[in-house]
Design a protein around this ligand. Structure first.
Ligand code: NAD
Length: 430
C-alpha cells in the first residue's frame, strides 16, 4: 500500500543546517529507506516525531536571582513500545538536536530489538555553572513541566551528557511524589538504592568493548594487540578506557573538553582515573604528553572512539583519521560528509546505534527488574548484555556483507525495518 501525505504542514525543520545532528540523522534514514525501497509517505512518517514539547524552566539561583532555560522532550516513535531516551544538560541543546537524538534512539532500540520507541530530552544549561541544589531545582521543574508526557509505560528517561544517576533520582522522586506513590520504572540509570540496576553505570562502555571485540575477532585480530584513542572522558569514555585497558588493549590517548593526554606506551589507567577524580580533567596527567582534541582524532591508532559530542568527524577532520576502526561511543559523532571520507579511506565505522546501545540494553533490564520488583545479579546482567551486543553485531555485520553496504547502513536498515513493520502491522488509526 502506498502512503502519501497531502498536508502542507512541514512537521520537522525543513532544512536543518548541513552537518548538524538532524541533517545527519535525516541522511542516514534516507539511505536506509532507499535500500529498503520504502515510499515517500512511509519515509516521512519515519522521519517525523510523534510528539514534542518545549518548556520554559525557570530557576531561582542560590543568590536569589532568577534564570530561565529552555527544555525539550521529543518522542520520536512509539510503534514498538514506550519512548525511551536520555536527558541531556548542555548549553548547545536545541529542538533539532533533541529531534536527532530521539530518532537515533528509535533505530537503536530496533537494532538491539528492545520493545521501545525512541525519545530524548534536554535542557540548554551548562551544569558546571550551577550548584547541586540549583541542578536539583532545574531537574524537578523540568520534570514537572513535562510530566503529562512521561511515565513508566509512555516515556522512560535515562542519563545522558551532563546528567547522572542523581539526576534520575530527582526525576523519579518528583514524578512519584506528584503521583502519590513510588514509581521506579519512570527512569533508568538511577542509583541502586532506589531500584537501579547493577551494571548500568558501565553498560554503554561494556557494550562498546563487546562490539569492538566482535569486529576485531571477525577480522582475525585480538583486543590485546590494538591501540585505542578515546575522545570524551565522561560516563562513556572513562569506563570504556578502563574496560579496554583491563582487557589488554593499549589506551594511548584520551581527552575531554579541556584537552587531552597521550602516551604511546599506554596510559596508566588507575592513576589517570585518580587524577581525573582529583582535578576534574585528564589535562595535566603526569607520565603523558598533551594532545589536542583535533590531534587525537588523527592519531595513528587501531581504534578511535569518539565518546563526547556530535559532528566531530566531518568534512574537515574525517579525512585525517588514521585509525582502522572508528567505534562510535557518542551519538552522531560522524556527519554524512565525514562518513564518505572514512569509507573512501577504508576505515571501518561501527555506528552509534549499535556501538553505544549497551546503555539502553541495561536500561531495559533495569525497567524489566523494576516492573517485576525482582533483581538480577551483576553476572546475569553482564552475560545478557554481552549476548545481546554480540548477536546484534553479528546481525548487522551479516547484513552488511550480504548486501555489500556499510555497517551503518546495515544497522539502520535493521532498526528502521523493525519499526516500519510494527507500524504497518498495527495500521493507521483511525
Ligand atoms: P558525560 O557528560 O558523562 O561526558 C561527556 C564527556 O565529553 C566529558 O568528558 C566532556 O568533558 C567531554 N566533552 C564535552 N564536550 C567536548 C568537546 N567539545 N570536545 C571534547 N570533549 C568534550 O556524557 P556521556 O554520558 O559520557 O555521553 C557522551 C556521549 O555518549 C554523548 O554523545 C551521549 O549521547 C552518548 N551516549 C551516552 C550514553 C550513556 O549511557 N551515558 C549511552 C549512549 C550514548
Amino acid at each position: 500500500m502506498t502512503t502519501t501525505f497531502t498536508s502542507p504542514i512541514e512537521p520537522t525543520t525543513s532544512s536543518p543546517a548541513e552537518g548538524s545532528p538532524l541533517s545527519t540523522a535525516h541522511s542516514q534514514l534516507a539511505a536506509a529507506v532507499d535500500i529498503l525501497g520504502y515510499d515517500e509517505g512511509l519515509h516521512r512518517m519515519l522521519a517525523t516525531p510523534r510528539r514534542e514539547i518545549h518548556v520554559a524552566v525557570p530557576l531561582r539561583r542560590d543568590d536569589g536571582e532568577i534564570n530561565l532555560f529552555h527544555g525539550f522532550r521529543v518522542q520520536h516513535n512509539f510503534s514498538r513500545g514506550p519512548g525511551k531516551g536520555g536527558l541531556r544538560y548542555h548549553p548547545g541543546v536545541d529542538i533539532d538536536e533533541v529531534r536527532a537524538l530521539a530518532m537515533w534512539m528509535t533505530w537503536k532500540c530496533g537494532v538491539v530489538d528492545l520493545p521501545y520507541g525512541g525519545a530524548k530530552g534536554g535542557v540548554a544549561i551548562d551544569p558546571r555553572d550551577f550548584s547541586r541544589s540549583e541542578l536539583e531545582r532545574v531537574t524537578r521543574r523540568y520534570t514537572s513541566e513535562i510530566m503529562p508526557m512521561i511515565g513508566p509505560d509512555t516515556d522512560i528517561m535515562a542519563p545522558d551528557m551532563g546528567t547522572d544517576d542523581q539526576t534520575m533520582a530527582w526525576v523519579m522522586d518528583t514524578y512519584s511524589v506528584n503521583r502519590g506513590f513510588t514509581i521506579p520504572a519512570v527512569v533508568t540509570g538511577k542509583p541502586l538504592a532506589v531500584g537501579g540496576s547493577l551494571g548500568r553505570g558501565t553498560a554503554t562502555s561494556a557494550g562498546l568493548v563487546h562490539v569492538t571485540t566482535a569486529a576485531l575477532t571477525e577480522a582475525g585480530e585480538k583486543l590485546e594487540d590494538v591501540s585505542v584513542a578515546i575522545q570524551g572522558f565522561g560516563k562513556v569514555g572513562s569506563h570504556a578506557a578502563a574496560i579496554f585497558a583491563d582487557r589488554g588493549a593499549r589506551v594511548v590517548a584520551v581527552s575531554d573538553q579541556y584537552g587531552g593526554v597521550r602516551n604511546d606506551d599506554g596510559l596508566h589507567m588507575t592513576r589517570l582515573l585518580e587524577h581525573v577524580a582529583a582535578t576534574g580533567s585528564v589535562v595535566g596527567f603526569d607520565d603523558s604528553d598533551p594532545v589536542s582534541n583535533t590531534e587525537l582524532l588523527a592519531l595513528p591508532v587501531d581504534v578511535l572512539v569518539p565518546a563526547a559530542i556530535e559532528g566531530v568527524l566531518d568534512e574537515h577532520t574525517a579525512g585525517h583519521v588514521r585509525a582502522r576502526y572508528v567505534v562510535e561511543g557518542a551519538n552522531g559523532p560522524t556527519t554524512a560528509a565525514g562518513d564518505v571520507l572514512l569509507a573512501k579511506n577504508g576505515v571501518t565505522v561501527v555506528p552509534d546505534v549499535l556501538a553505544n546501545a549497551g546503555g539502553v540494553v541495561v536500561s531495559y533490564f533495569e525497567w524489566v527488574q523494576a516492573n517485576q520488583t525482582y533483581w538480577w545479579t551483576e553476572q546475569e546482567i553482564a552475560d545478557k548484555l554481552e549476548h545481546r551486543m554480540v548477536s546484534a553485531y553479528a546481525d548487522v555485520s551479516g547484513l552488511a556483507r550480504r548486501q555489500d553496504v556499510s555497517l551503518r547502513d546495515a544497522a539502520l536498515v535493521i532498526g528502521v525495518k523493525r519499526v516500519a513493520e510494527a507500524h504497518q502491522i498495527r495500521g493507521l488509526y483511525p
